[in-house]
Write a protein that binds this ligand. Structure first.
Ligand code: GLU
Length: 480
C-alpha cells in the first residue's frame, strides 16, 4: 500500500498553519505569540489555521491544561478552521504509517538491549566518536517481531538536511550528526517527533511556526517527511521572550498566563497588539488593529533576536484600547470584571456609560470595575485620607447647602447638578473645590471620580442625596 496523507483537504487552500501546544500548563504569552504569528500568517494568505493538542506525554498532559489553552485561544479570538485534534486519538494512524514504513524499508525493528546500547555508547565515547546507533539490527532477520523491540527511522547517512527558515535563514545540518531516531517505543507508543511529522503531513501544513526550542527537531522531521514522500513545509522558528531583566520569561516576572492578563483587566486587543510587536514590526508603527496585523504580517519581518517583555508598554496599549474601542464592546469585557469583583452592575448606569466616564482615568478594566463600585453599591466607610483632607467641620455648611439645592432640582441632569454646585459656591463665597471635594467624598467615598455632575447623574438622585446626608452626619459625629 502506498503511503498517503490521510485528510481530505481543500486543494484551493494554499497556506495552512497550525498551533500545536502540549497541554502541560496554561497558555503562556510565548505560546500565545507563536499562535498569533501562525494565525496571522494563515489569515494574511487567506489560508487555514489548525489547532492540534500534542498530548502524547501522558504523565504531563492534563484535560485542565487543554481546557485552559482553548480558553486562552478563545479569549484572544484566535479561531481555528480545523481541530482541535488530539494526538492521543491518532495512535492507530501513527502505527499504520510506522508499519508501512517497516514494510517499505524506511524504518526497522531494533531488538538491542539496553546493555548493548550502553556498551556501544561507552565505546564510542572512549573513541571520541559521536554516540549514535550502529544499525546492528538494520538487517536483522533472526528475531520474531513479537519480541520486544523499538522501531527506528532509517535516517540517510550521506549528505545534509538543508532548509530556509523563514525567520532564521539558511540552515544546514549534516546527516552524520543525526541518529536513527526511535519512532516507536517498546510499549508500542509512537514518539513525539514522529507524531508531529505525520500530523503536519496529514493536516496539510504548509508553514510551521514554532518556538526556537524546536529547531533541533526540524532536520529529523524533514528527513522523515522526505522518506514518506510528503511535502516539506516552510519552517519559521521564533525566538524566546525574555523578562525585562533579560532572563527567560517566567512567573517571577509577573503574569505569564494569558488568562491572568484577562484577570488583571487587559483587553485581548491590547495583548494581541503587544504580542505582535514583540518580535515583529512594521516601520515604527506601534498600534495595530487585528485587521492591520493580518494585512501587514509577514514571517520574513519577524526578528531573530529574543524580545524583552515590557509591562509598561502593555499597560499603555491597554489604556489606548480602553479609550479607542467602542464603549459598547469594552463594556462587555468590563461586565466580566464586575462579576469577578462580586459587584452586581444591574442597578446603576449602563456599563457603556461607565466606560465613557472612566476610560481616561483607568488603564485596566479591573481598576475600572473596582473604582466604579460606588455607582452600584453602598460603601461602608469613607477613604481615610480623603476624610482628613475634605471632611473638616467647615465642610458641613457647603454640604448642607448643596444638598438643599440638589433636593430642590426638578431635573437631575448634568446642567442642573452643575449649577447647584456652582450656586452653592457663589453663595458661600467659596471656591468650587471647597464644595465639590466634600461632595465627591460624600457620594463616592473617595477623593477621585469623574466630574461631579457626571458622577451625581451616574449615581442617581436618591442615592446621592442619602449619601450626602450620611456624610453630614458622619462629619458632625466626628466634630461633636
Ligand atoms: N508541542 C510543542 C510545544 O508545545 C510544539 C511543537 C511544534 O510546534 O512542532 O512546544
Amino acid at each position: 500500500m502506498k503511503l498517503a496523507a490521510l485528510f481530505n483537504l481543500d486543494p484551493n487552500v494554499k497556506v495552512r498553519t497550525r498551533f500545536a501546544p502540549s497541554p502541560t500548563g496554561y497558555l503562556h504569552v510565548g505560546g500565545a505569540r507563536t499562535a498569533l504569528y501562525s494565525w496571522l500568517y494563515a489569515k494574511h494568505h487567506n489560508g487555514e489555521f489548525v489547532l492540534r493538542i500534542e498530548d502524547t506525554d501522558l504523565e504531563r498532559s492534563t484535560p485542565e491544561a487543554t481546557a485552559a489553552i482553548l480558553e486562552g485561544m478563545e479569549w484572544l479570538n484566535l479561531a481555528w478552521e480545523h481541530g482541535p485534534y488530539f494526538q492521543t486519538k491518532r495512535f492507530d494512524r501513527y502505527n499504520q504509517v510506522i508499519d508501512q514504513m517497516i514494510e517499505q524499508g524506511l524504518a526497522y525493528r531494533c531488538y538491542c538491549s539496553k546493555e548493548r546500547l550502553e556498551t556501544l555508547r561507552h565505546t564510542q565515547e572512549q573513541n571520541k566518536q559521536k554516540p549514535r546507533y550502529d544499525r546492528h539490527c538494520l538487517h536483522d532477520d533472526e528475531h520474531d517481531p513479537k519480541q520486544p523491540h523499538v522501531v527506528r527511522f532509517k535516517n540517510p547517512t550521506e549528505g545534509s538536511v538543508i532548509f530556509e527558515d523563514a525567520v532564521r535563514g539558511h540552515i544546514e545540518i549534516s546527516n552524520s550528526e543525526l541518529d536513527d531516531l526511535i519512532i516507536r517505543r517498546t510499549d508500542g507508543s509512537p514518539t513525539y517527533n514522529f507524531c508531529v511529522v505525520v500530523d503536519d503531513w496529514d493536516m496539510g501544513i504548509t508553514h510551521v511556526v514554532r518556538g526556537e526550542d524546536h529547531i533541533n527537531n526540524t532536520p529529523r522531521q524533514i528527513n522523515i517527511l522526505k522518506a514518506l514522500g510528503a511535502p516539506i513545509p516552510t519552517y519559521a522558528h521564533v525566538s524566546m521572550i525574555l523578562g525585562d531583566d533579560g532572563q527567560k520569561l517566567s512567573k517571577r516576572h509577573g503574569a505569564v498566563s494569558v488568562m491572568q492578563y484577562r484577570d488583571d483587566g487587559y483587553l485581548p486587543e491590547a495583548l494581541l497588539n503587544y504580542l505582535v510587536r514583540l518580535g515583529w514590526g512594521h516601520g515604527d508603527q506601534e498600534i495595530f488593529s487585528v485587521e492591520e496585523m493580518i494585512n501587514l504580517f509577514e514571517l520574513e519581518s519577524v526578528s531573530k533576536s529574543a524580545s524583552a517583555f515590557n509591562t509598561e508598554k502593555l499597560l499603555w496599549l491597554n489604556h489606548h484600547y480602553i479609550r479607542e474601542l467602542p464603549a459598547e464592546y469594552v463594556a462587555k469585557h468590563l461586565a466580566w470584571h464586575y462579576q469577578d469583583q462580586g459587584i452586581d452592575p444591574s442597578n446603576g448606569p449602563a456599563l457603556e456609560e461607565i466606560v465613557n466616564m472612566l476610560a481616561e482615568r483607568c488603564k485596566t478594566l479591573k481598576e475600572m470595575a473596582i473604582s466604579s463600585r460606588y455607582f452600584f453599591e453602598e460603601f461602608d466607610c469613607f477613604d481615610e485620607a480623603a476624610v482628613k483632607k475634605h471632611f473638616k467641620a467647615a465642610a458641613i455648611e457647603p454640604l448642607e447647602k448643596v444638598k438643599e439645592k440638589l433636593t430642590a432640582l426638578s431635573n437631575w441632569d448634568l446642567q442642573s447638578t452643575h449649577e447647584a454646585i456652582e450656586q452653592t459656591a457663589t453663595e458661600l463665597a467659596l471656591g468650587m473645590g471647597k464644595v465639590g471635594m466634600p461632595l465627591r467624598v460624600a457620594v463616592t467615598g473617595s477623593g477621585q471620580s469623574p466630574s461631579m455632575d457626571v458622577t451625581l447623574v451616574g449615581i442617581g438622585r436618591e442615592r446621592s442625596l442619602a449619601r450626602i446626608q450620611k456624610a453630614i452626619d458622619f462629619i458632625k459625629s466626628q466634630n461633636a
